[in-house]
Design a protein around this ligand. Structure first.
Ligand SMILES: [Zn+2]
Length: 57
């Protein structure tokens, strides 16, 4: 179990088995958060920017 804080609303988020680049959704504000760093039981999140661009073509 590890936890970190949402960079948008500072809510505490727990993940059982975090993996770098895993994306999760903040339960408080709904922001898409990517795991960018794991140190011991602390997770650092980065907000995933959704640009609206289409994937592929
Ligand atoms: Zn949040």
């Amino acid at each position: 179990m590890a936890k970190g804080n949402c960079p948008e609303c500072d809510a505490e988020i727990e993940i059982n088995d975090p993996v770098i680049r895993e994306v999760t959704e903040c339960p408080e504000c709904g922001a898409e958060l990517e795991v960018v760093e794991i140190k011991g039981n602390k997770i650092k999140f980065s907000v995933v920017e959704i640009s609206g661009e289409d994937w592929g073509e």
